[in-house]
Write a protein that binds this ligand. Structure first.
Ligand SMILES: [Zn+2]
Length: 133
């Protein structure tokens, strides 16, 4: 995170929270967790996340925002006037990278095991270092 911010990147969270639609927890709880994440960032002397995009729907609601849809990412790109070719969607699942590709940005998988068909890094630091030019 530190290196990404030093390289000038702004951080966003794009998240499926189907537990809300399924009634397991409330949207207010999701906001509380996001608030805690922001506190954790500040505690580590990092800039807070720029924004959060949340899909609160369960899969059977057939919404148009749930990843791998690119809608939430596209909305952030518009809202903050981001350059799509300079944006990366980084996640640990194929649907994360697919959501990035569906929004016209780079889709990246970060996890210890490789996922076929996607750019892959073992961890976030390795990805951040790949961005250094
Ligand atoms: Zn949704």
């Amino acid at each position: 995170m530190d290196l990404l911010q030093k390289l000038g990147y702004e951080l966003f969270i794009v998240t499926n929270q189907s537990g809300v639609g399924r009634g397991y927890f409330s949207l207010e709880n999701v906001y509380l967790i996001h608030k805690q994440l922001q506190n954790d960032m500040r505690a580590q002397s990092l800039a807070p996340y720029k924004d959060f995009a949340i899909c609160p729907h369960s899969p059977d609601e057939n919404c148009d925002c749930r990843k791998p849809s690119g809608k939430m990412i596209k909305e952030l790109i518009e809202k903050y006037h981001l350059k799509a070719d300079e944006c990366y969607m980084v996640g640990d699942k194929a649907i994360d990278a697919e959501a990035g590709q569906n929004a016209g940005i780079h889709g990246i998988i970060v996890r210890t095991t490789k996922v076929e068909g996607f750019h892959h890094f073992k961890n976030l630091l390795q990805f951040a270092e790949s961005l250094k030019k």
